[in-house]
Design a protein around this ligand. Structure first.
Ligand SMILES: [Ca+2]
Ligand SMILES: [Ca+2]
Ligand SMILES: [Ca+2]
Length: 329
């Protein structure tokens, strides 16, 4: 990261901490959580059909939460040997003009000091957002009914991460997790308020549950409140205990995502190239070997494997044609 960008980022981190800690510590008003409060949930998208050598965009989505958010600080880990060169795209909250007009979103791709002792994933990025920066000229949109900052609706894409996918993806282990990660208490929290009346009742939503799928259907709760930094198991209890102002709450569930692959790699060698075209031609017209996983040959997702899939792969490899879209095995 360049020096000027690092400065912006450090300022952002500082602002975020000020927003969530200092102001709350000095001016904390105890606003009781009422029965209608639903914790936030933040989900990293999962995608099938990752393609070696391609790029992929994964959305980070708010899927639950009833309270007003003012910013967030997310730390996301991945395997850098499979995914590299992460960049971010703004989601709906940051579009100006738009419905929300949040003002700041920055990415830090490290290195992170806290990782010096080891234990961090090979790829790690931090994303910091602040809805309203101290620019004096602009503020995020408010709800005309209440005059308060708008609650982001569920299924809002907060931002997207674009990755370059490695040219080779191990066909025997066709899944790479992309997951929330904690190196410090300040990682993975949302600055929020139950009822905004000035700057002084902003609180921190810490992780309640961390849910993982490991690429399989259903969720596994991997939360451990006794975990030690660095960890992928959520904010340990020490983060809550250290907060003398009592403004930190376990009010956010984090859902990990990931990528799986195999589509188009019909010869199962971890790459997509002319050998896959030849494999399909042999399969279709010359009694060649069968597919390990039938769905990986149905590139156009029309339930049969035929000449159209061969043409589709030719177009994809040689003519910048559309990305293969196999059905889920
Ligand atoms: Ca502003
Ligand atoms: Ca192949
Ligand atoms: Ca087909």
């Amino acid at each position: 990261m360049s020096n000027s960008f690092k400065t912006i980022w450090l300022n952002s981190k500082f602002l975020f901490i000020v927003l969530t800690i200092l102001i709350g510590f000095v001016h904390h008003l105890s606003v009781a959580q009422d029965a209608g409060v639903i914790p936030y949930s933040i989900k990293i998208e999962s995608k099938i059909n990752a393609l070696p050598g391609d790029t992929i965009t994964l959305n980070i989505i708010k899927t639950g939460g009833t309270e007003m958010a003012y910013g967030f600080d997310f730390m996301i880990g991945f395997d850098q040997s499979k995914l590299s060169n992460p960049t971010i795209s703004y989601g709906e909250p940051f579009i100006i003009p738009g419905d929300f007009e949040w003002e700041l979103l920055v990415l830090d791709d490290g290195p992170f000091l806290e990782c010096g002792q080891g234990g961090c994933p090979s790829g790690l990025i931090e994303l910091i957002s602040i809805a309203d920066t101290d620019n004096g000229i602009h503020h995020p949109k408010t709800d005309p009914g209440t005059g308060k900052i708008k609650v982001l609706p569920n299924n809002t894409v907060l931002f997207s991460i674009n990755f370059q996918i490695a040219d080779y993806l191990d066909p025997t282990n066709p899944y790479v997790p992309i997951f929330f990660f904690w190196t410090l208490c300040s990682d993975n929290q949302i600055a929020f308020a139950y009822d905004y009346d000035g700057l002084f009742d902003i609180r921190s939503a810490f992780s309640r549950f961390v849910m993982d799928s490991d690429g399989l259907p259903g969720w596994i709760n991997i939360t451990d409140y006794n975990s030690q930094f660095p960890t992928n198991l959520g904010a340990p209890d020490e983060c809550i205990l250290l907060d003398m102002s009592g403004m930190s709450e376990r009010l956010c569930d984090y859902f990990n995502g990931g990528l799986s692959w195999g589509c188009s790699d019909v010869n199962s060698d971890g790459r997509i190239n002319i050998l896959d075209i030849i494999f399909l031609i042999n399969l279709k017209y010359k009694d060649g070997p069968l597919l390990n996983i039938q769905e990986y040959g149905d590139l156009n997702n029309d339930t049969s494997i035929d000449i159209l899939d061969i043409v589709y792969l030719l177009n994809y490899i040689y003519k910048n044609g559309p990305q293969p879209d196999c059905p889920q095995p």
